[in-house]
Design a protein around this ligand. Structure first.
Ligand code: SF4
Length: 354
């Protein structure tokens, strides 16, 4: 097949296969990819709206036993300055979020060696008193809770949902290929386990998101494997609300030092974003990553498949630790969206409007 034949298939609403994705990646130019991704975005979102959510990332602890090579955020348990936020500190952060119209918090932490499952249940119950939506605990954390409690993933999820967990963020996916995971984050859950957590969460009625961190040691085949696993799971459950790809941020990381990895260019980011939009035909929403790309590339991303501007992120610590510190207020987000010719609309986690 040629790029022209694949394009025709996409325009007619067809699903591309693995071989076709690889062919587009190697042969299509940026404009061809943008045209196809934008065509799909328009088909799925003909009203011309671009959504965003007002929220805050809360990292309840930075103490972590995983020591992923791409992470500049964690503190090893033996390091003195690691922290676990107190319940009053969590409450203050939630109240601040709510006072500016925030509807959810993205709750994520390191894999703490000592805290038992009861602690997380108590934390959720405490936080739920504020009425905020808790989008929390990515699959590696859920697997870690299963390990420390000796329970199954299904039992852990059941208990967390009973304590107030509302949805699960797609963090910790990085690249769903075990070769990449073994080399970059050997102590983190396997690709199969990541998928198992999300499938079980969908089965128990939770909505989740999916992510992909690319631009490090992965090959095009491994990126394809990642996207294929997400598309297959979405076909089975329909439980993902959105896909969020972002490039690896190399500053202050062991991985960049070991492998001499440089920052992914905006050009490459837009290509991967568009390819993801084209391949993941069963995902309704794709988020632009202004946190890693800055406002201008994020605006451009709206023409390469993205229909969502992500969140206002009143607080963000993980990407900031890797030396990237873009900040946008709600006002700036709405202006950027309008200047690009779209209608900004505040949303909730499930993409219903506020
Ligand atoms: S990415 Fe998450 S699991 Fe890995 S070291 Fe950082 S905090 Fe720990």
């Amino acid at each position: 097949m040629s790029v022209e034949e694949i394009s025709e298939k996409v325009i007619k609403g067809g699903r591309i296969d693995d071989h076709e994705l690889l062919l587009l990646e190697s042969e299509a130019d940026l404009y061809q990819l943008g045209f196809l991704a934008d065509h799909i975005r328009k088909r799925l979102h003909p009203e011309g709206m671009v959504t965003y959510v007002i929220d805050r990332n809360i990292n309840y602890t930075d103490i972590c036993i995983s020591a992923c090579k791409f992470c500049a955020f964690f503190k090893a348990p033996e390091q003195k300055h690691g922290k676990v936020l107190s319940f009053p500190e969590l409450e203050e952060k939630i109240k601040e979020t709510q006072s500016v119209g925030g509807t959810q918090i993205l709750l994520q932490g390191g894999l703490h060696p000592d805290l038992p499952l009861d602690y997380y249940e108590e934390m959720l119950r405490f936080m739920k008193k504020t009425g905020i939506h808790i989008h929390g605990f990515s699959p590696p954390e859920i697997c870690h809770f299963a390990d420390i409690s000796g329970m199954s993933i299904a039992q852990v999820l059941k208990r967390l949902i009973a304590a107030g967990l509302d949805s699960i963020p797609g963090g910790g996916a990085e690249i769903l290929s075990d070769r990449v995971r073994k080399l970059t984050a050997p102590r983190k859950c396997s690709a199969n386990k990541w998928i198992e957590v999300m499938e079980e969460a969908h089965k128990q009625g939770l909505k989740t998101t999916a992510t992909m961190m690319f631009g490090h040691i992965e090959t095009p085949y491994e990126r394809l494997e990642h996207l294929r696993r997400l598309r297959e799971l979405q076909d089975r459950t329909g439980g993902f609300t959105a896909f969020i790809p972002w490039p690896f941020q190399p500053d202050n990381t062991v991985l960049a030092e070991q492998e001499s990895i440089e920052k992914t260019s905006g050009f490459r980011y837009l290509r991967i974003l568009a390819l993801s939009r084209i391949y993941l035909d069963n995902f309704a929403n794709i988020q632009a990553s202004w946190v890693t790309q800055g406002p201008k590339i994020a605006q451009l991303a709206l023409f390469f498949g993205a229909n969502d501007f992500g969140s206002t992120m009143l607080e963000e610590n993980v990407v900031a630790a890797a030396g990237v510190s873009f900040r946008l207020s709600e006002k700036e987000i709405t202006r950027l969206v309008q200047d690009a010719g779209f209608i900004p609309k505040q949303r909730l986690m499930d993409y219903s409007f506020v």
